[in-house]
Design a protein around this ligand. Structure first.
Ligand SMILES: [Zn+2]
Length: 83
């Protein structure tokens, strides 16, 4: 797992070019909606459904993910870039 904004932007661009896919992700990775960089790691908390306790988890797109999957939305605020 590697978080690197520049490399991830490049990796996603390359994936789209090679596969002829539309590039939905923001040009520099900054989400239009929450202004957080989608390629940066961010800690979030959610309430666990069963125990009622707060559980923290990480969001963000790694370089590996950007290189292998088409990004269609923000991992932080879940805003979709498709529409
Ligand atoms: Zn967002």
């Amino acid at each position: 797992m590697t978080f690197d904004v520049e490399k991830a932007v490049e990796a996603q661009k390359k994936l789209c070019d090679e596969k002829g896919l539309p590039h939905f992700a923001p040009r520099f990775g900054t989400c239009y909606n929450c202004r957080t960089n989608i390629y940066e790691e961010k800690q979030k908390t959610r309430k666990d459904f069963l125990s009622g306790e707060n559980v923290s988890y990480m969001t963000g797109i790694t370089v590996e993910k950007a290189a292998s999957e088409l990004i269609t939305g923000c991992p932080h605020c879940n805003r979709t870039y498709c529409d």
